[in-house]
Design a binder for this molecule. Structure first.
Ligand code: TXE
Length: 463
């Protein structure tokens, strides 16, 4: 663990499994309550100095970004080893994290003058909150760690970062790399098995929790935060619908649609999780996706030919297999895949399911894996209703040739981001927020900085 600026390893360790083999390949420190208290105390101690000087913060974040970029070749194999993704994607994830830190270095919570008269000025300024708990999942451990620590630190908070117990190692290494650039105690990384996450979220020294994970755990975090009125950002799951319109040029958009669902083995909160296709074009859409699924190279992330690695961990692998079996038992047809691959590790054949509809678990629930249901619809109004008929509301997309028509449909989707003829694209400058059960609070760009600060209003007479 990195507490203060020192690497700390307690007595207890836990196993980390390589999903490409299904075997233990490393161990990580299992943080207990005492070490957690130390980490929070380090964050509290570092806060006054860190909040005092925005220019020094910007410089430290820029240096941190450079250090992460330089360490990409060390970080990427660790990420692939514990998460499974192809090595070049692991490297891209590290570089993305570095770019996020660099971008945040330039962000400031600028004051806003709301009254400026001969008698007085009234100005809204923003203050940081204090030590922030950043709790990350296993699908993009490095990228999501950076997405949490960057706005928190830029706004003048300090951080205690906890990775998922499935992917602790790349985050621990990230912490050590960043410790070269950040003052002691500003970023502290604690790894461990749960209930470490619950202890951290409830810790009295923590003033805000920024959590990414499942809806169920997000609700626990919200309940424990309520007891102390901690501030919250929750980025929870999604069940993003892609609506293919009758005028879509399927062959032109098929590659993009396919990878919007299957990138990172479908383990992306804002991946396409269900496709709605017009009945008269249904077989064409299924076929275009199935062809691409069948030719995708699934292999260990260390294999340069790999386009997809294994599912990231045993429970998730089991969940994907269960949802696919359930769909097949309810009359779905596997147009591609439909089963685990017969080899060690958590490899699952990219799966396209046809003849499936709402009411089947893989359509109604978040599968978070390499299996995609395609659902036929009779008219566009029905497709929009079905897309919106969910507790989730993260993102969505509309695919068609007439862009005005596509936009009119896009406006009706109840979610935080909607794309036309694409999915998954997001810049550092835009607000990322889920509606309904997909989240609470807003991240990204100035919104991310605002959500790590609170306003205070200063009334100042002219004389
Ligand atoms: O998530 P958890 P899991 C979804 C996806 C997946 C499911 C379960 O559908 O199948 O969640 O994944 C920490 N208080 N997503 O079990 O449990 C935990 O240690 C505070 C969507 O991995 O939500 C880890 O660091 N923290 C998602 C983090 O929470 C707690 C990405 C997430 O774990 C805690 C991942 C508690 N009580 C999974 N219990 C997305 N939105 O992208 C656990 N944790």
């Amino acid at each position: 663990m990195t507490i203060g600026s020192a690497a700390v390893v307690g007595d207890a360790l836990f196993d980390v499994v390589n999903p490409a083999t299904g075997r233990v390949w490393a161990q990580a420190p299992d943080c207990g309550r005492d070490l957690l208290d130390e980490a929070v105390a380090a964050a509290e101690g570092a806060w006054p100095g860190w909040r005092a000087d925005p220019e020094a913060r910007g410089a430290a974040l820029t240096a941190g970004a450079a250090a992460v970029r330089e360490a990409a070749d060390d970080l990427a194999p660790v990420l692939t080893g514990e998460q499974g993704k192809p090595l070049r994607e692991a490297r891209a994830e590290v570089l993305h994290a570095a770019a996020r830190l660099e971008h945040a270095a330039g962000l400031r919570a600028e004051p806003v003058v709301i009254t400026d008269t001969p008698e007085e000025t009234v100005e809204v300024r923003r203050r940081p909150l204090g030590p922030v708990a950043a709790i990350a999942p296993w699908n993009f451990p490095v990228q999501l760690a950076a997405a949490k620590i960057a706005p928190a630190l830029a706004a003048g908070n300090t951080v205690v970062l906890k990775p998922s117990p499935y992917t602790p190692l790349s985050t621990l290494l990230l912490g050590r790399v960043l410790a070269r650039a950040l003052p002691p105690g500003v970023l502290n990384v604690v790894s461990g098995r749960d209930p470490l996450g619950a202890w951290l979220a409830a810790h009295p020294g923590i003033r805000k929790v920024n959590f990414t994970g499942s809806v169920a755990t997000g609700k626990h975090v919200a309940a424990s935060a309520a007891a102390d009125l901690k501030r919250l950002t929750l980025e929870l799951g999604g069940n993003d619908a892609a609506i293919v319109l009758p005028d879509a040029d399927v062959e032109t958009v098929a590659d993009r649609l396919f990878w919007s669902a299957f990138a990172n083995c479908g383990q992306i909160c804002m991946a396409v999780k269900r496709v709605y296709a017009p009945a008269e074009r249904y077989e064409e859409v299924v076929e275009a996706l199935a062809v691409r699924a069948a030719r995708t190279v699934v292999a260990a992330g260390t294999d340069p030919a790999a386009q997809l690695g294994p599912v990231a961990n045993r429970p998730q692998f089991g969940r994907v297999a269960e949802l696919v079996s359930d769909a097949l038992a309810h009359g779905a047809r596997a147009a591609a895949g439909g089963r685990a691959l017969d080899r060690a590790g958590y490899f699952f054949a990219p799966t396209v399911l046809a003849g499936v509809s709402d009411g089947v678990r893989i359509v109604d629930e978040e599968q978070f894996g390499p299996a995609l249901p395609v659902i036929a619809y009779a008219d566009v109004d029905e497709a929009v209703d079905r897309a919106n008929h969910t507790r989730y509301g993260l993102c969505g997309s509309v695919w068609g040739t007439d862009l005005d028509r596509a936009e009119a449909v896009a406006e009706r989707l109840e979610c935080g981001t909607v794309w036309i003829n694409r999915h998954l694209q997001m810049s550092f400058d835009e607000p990322f927020a889920g509606t309904k059960w997909s989240g609470l609070g807003v991240s990204g760009g100035p919104w991310g900085v605002h959500s790590h600060t609170e306003p205070f209003v200063l009334h100042r007479p002219r004389t």
